[in-house]
Design a protein around this ligand. Structure first.
Ligand code: ADP
Ligand code: ZN
Ligand code: MG
Length: 483
């Protein structure tokens, strides 16, 4: 029996405003505990919330970028529950009239065979709500401490449809969403700083079944990789339960990254448990279509549009274009290389295969890359004008990385300039043929691979410096002069 996972993600992103959602307290990170608080965000009697217009604008901006419909009419609701991090004992959120309705996001995945595919993931809604405070338990002997600096910070909760079908798709969804949020300059999406938080809803069903299975909601996911791992774990746990003739119960589970397991936290609460009701201190209001259009005018080029441009103008494959645009800084780096007039596809290949691998190996990011766009372009120019072969260039790049020197300087110092001297290559070719009579005969008798071997020997003899195309042509001519 095979099973199909069904996954929906709920992402909370902190909107980059200077002040909180309903008061003028600053949202800065790292302030002294409880410094950024006031009667409104502490829920003192008689205090009244006022909506932060900038937060609403950012929420609409995200909505438009994910193809949502920005509502004509907006309302805020109280979601009631008691917890020490929630001073009012309710959270101001949006229940049935969210700022953004519907929407979609395109993800670029790879199937089991490694072939790229595109898929549209539905967005259910994206609503505004306020954050809670932060409880501190660790290292405190008697009880816990609470810091309300975060209480009232604006969040946008983006809820996906249950359209994701694998942990990898969930990962790609987060990558695509993060890219959009970065392009909009809404958030840096640093999960460690809590700027982006994700809950994963996971169920499994027998392949071919059309009804969804019972889901578990997983919380405490602190990186995209953790989301992927937790979903993997959860799929296996639920599949094993069903195979053993047991049932999956609807519940909230916590991911433990050290143990790589999920643990039951509480049985899932339903919407009615929260006694949602309209926030009486904030009246419903209308958003004019002109206001929406005005926000739409401020949208920058989005990742999908940038990918289209890369495909159309630079001839990149869809997959390569997406790898580049999904990281704004990487895409900027790429375009900075192109300003030095180098072949667009060649640069893309060099960034994606060589540079990213080197950065990874050295635990560096594209931002901290010791090889700047101009320097990489310099290396690629040497390949393009036949000063060095691609093979030699692969040895040059790590040295540029280490020393910060230019490609041209390294090539000169090492004496790695490509040999394009016909006479010299001819001399070596003769020696190689003399030393490998069997291969020479094989090639003459029609065995094409034998030539490859001889070219390889020539390249070895010249320490990779001979121009491979010339080596090939010269050997061929020497063996079969009429060719
Ligand atoms: P709840 O009422 O439990 O919060 P929602 O219908 O609001 O559930 O959905 C919350 C999230 O769970 C959404 O992202 C949705 O796509 C996802 N989801 C809903 N049903 C399932 C299911 N059976 N399996 C996996 N995910 C689901
Ligand atoms: Zn406040
Ligand atoms: Mg829900």
């Amino acid at each position: 029996m095979t099973y199909e996972p069904v996954i929906g993600l709920e992402v909370h992103v902190q909107l980059g405003t200077k002040s909180k959602l309903f008061c003028s307290c600053p949202t800065e990170f790292g302030a002294e505990p409880n410094k950024n608080t006031c009667p409104v965000c502490l829920g003192w009697p008689g205090s009244l919330p006022v909506l932060n217009e900038k937060a609403l604008q950012l929420a609409m901006k995200v909505g438009l970028a994910i193809n949502s419909h920005v509502s004509e009419r907006l309302k805020f609701d109280r979601k009631n529950y008691f917890y020490p991090d929630l001073p009012k004992a309710y959270q101001i959120s949006q229940y049935d009239m969210p700022v953004n309705n519907g929407g979609k996001l395109v993800i670029e995945g790879k199937n089991e065979k490694g072939e790229p595919y595109k898929k549209e993931i539905g967005i259910t809604r994206a609503h505004l709500e306020e954050d809670a405070g932060k409880l501190l338990h660790e290292g405190i002997r008697d009880g816990s401490l609470v810091d309300y600096n975060r209480a009232g910070v604006p969040l946008l909760e983006i809820v996906s449809e249950p359209d994701l079908r694998s942990p990898e798709e969930a990962y790609e969804y987060l990558v695509a969403l993060k890219a959009i949020l970065q392009y909009l300059e809404v958030s840096e999406c640093n999960m460690e700083l809590g700027e982006l938080r994700c809950d994963a809803n996971v169920s499994v069903r027998k392949t071919g079944e059309t009804k969804f299975g019972t889901k578990a909601e997983i919380k405490n996911l602190n990186s995209f990789k953790a989301v992927q791992k937790a979903i993997h774990y959860e799929i296996k746990r639920q599949t094993d339960l069903i195979e053993a003739g047991e049932r999956v119960v609807q519940e909230t589970r916590l991911w433990n990254d050290d143990k790589s397991q999920t643990f039951s936290m509480r049985s899932k609460e339903e919407a009615h448990d929260y006694r949602y009701f309209p926030e009486p201190d904030l009246v419903p209001f209308t958003i004019s279509r002109e206001a929406v259009e005005k926000i739409r005018q401020t949208l920058p080029e989005l990742p999908s549009q940038r990918a289209e441009r890369f495909i159309k103008n630079f001839g990149l494959s869809e997959y390569d274009a997406y790898v580049l645009v999904e990281d704004k800084i990487l895409a900027n780096y790429y375009e900075a290389c192109l300003s030095h007039k180098v072949n667009a596809k060649l640069v893309s290949n060099w960034i994606q295969s060589e540079l990213l691998a080197l950065l990874n190996l050295n635990k560096k990011t594209i931002e901290s890359s010791p090889v700047k766009p101009g320097a990489l372009a310099g290396l690629i120019q040497l390949i393009e004008n036949n000063t060095i072969s691609g093979k030699i260039a692969k040895d040059v790049l790590p040295l540029m990385f280490e020393t910060g020197k230019s490609a041209a300087d390294i090539v000169k110092e090492k004496g790695w300039v490509q040999v394009t001297d016909t006479k010299l290559i001819e001399e070596v070719a003769e020696r190689i043929i003399a030393a490998n009579p069997k291969s020479a005969e094989d090639f003459k008798a029609g065995k094409e691979q034998a030539l490859g071997f001889l070219v390889g020997q020539l390249m070895k003899e010249t320490k990779g410096k001979a121009n491979p195309k010339m080596a090939n042509e010269i050997l061929r001519k020497k063996l079969i002069p009429s060719s």
